[in-house]
Design a protein around this ligand. Structure first.
Ligand code: GRF
Length: 193
């Protein structure tokens, strides 16, 4: 691994985790370089934020009825052209195919707003509230061919308070994510140093 690993960050929405990662690179606490931000949604607010921070962006909207592998092909090309060492999923809402995962073995990381294996899927915060759980949290994990699955790198608990809503709990989860993700990436990228 080169001294300053290159990251492709994949997003679909706000991009607040992406921003936390970029800020950590800029302040030196994460020794890595964001070389490209990829989105399946060209109008995702995170795409604008990345561009305004001077990072190359690539939008790849998925065609309806098009096989997922075909939709992913330009993304794989963009990652290879950017020469990225790592693929950092930060709110990327499409499920990656096994062939995408196999194209970058052991090189894809994801963040999930729950303590996996509890509450996998796209509605983890709502699901934890619905289940009347006392505790949920944040998981950072390597991506394997199953959804929200793979070796766990870091987890942190977040208590669910009486009266919590998706917004109030989501805000506390995001605050943990923004601190935990850059730190976990730093350890992952430089664990052999
Ligand atoms: C985060 O809660 C992350 O755990 C999940 O998607 C959300 C993305 O939020 N995978 P943001 O776009 O980084 O604000």
């Amino acid at each position: 691994m080169r001294a300053k690993p290159k990251m492709a960050i994949m997003i679909s929405g706000t991009g607040s985790n992406m921003e936390a990662i970029i800020s950590s690179c800029r302040n030196g606490s994460l020794d890595a370089e964001p070389v490209i931000v990829i989105s399946d949604n060209p109008s995702a607010p995170g795409v604008k934020k990345a561009a305004s921070r001077g990072i190359a962006t690539f939008s790849a909207p998925y065609g309806k009825g098009v096989p997922r592998e075909e939709n992913e092909a330009p993304i794989i090309d963009a990652i290879r052209r950017a020469d990225a060492d790592w693929i950092v999923l930060a709110g990327y809402m499409k499920i990656l195919t096994p062939s995408f995962v196999r194209a970058f073995p052991g090189r894809i990381v994801n963040i999930h707003p729950a303590l996996l294996p509890s509450f996998p899927g796209a509605h983890a915060i709502a699901d934890a509230l619905e289940a009347n759980a006392d505790i949920t949290g944040v998981t950072i994990h390597m991506v394997d061919e199953l959804v929200d699955h793979g070796p766990i790198i870091a987890q942190e608990e977040v208590a669910i308070m009486p009266g919590d809503t998706e917004d109030s709990l989501g805000a506390r989860i995001h605050a943990v994510e923004h601190r935990l993700y850059p730190r976990a990436l730093q350890e992952l990228f430089h664990e052999d140093v």
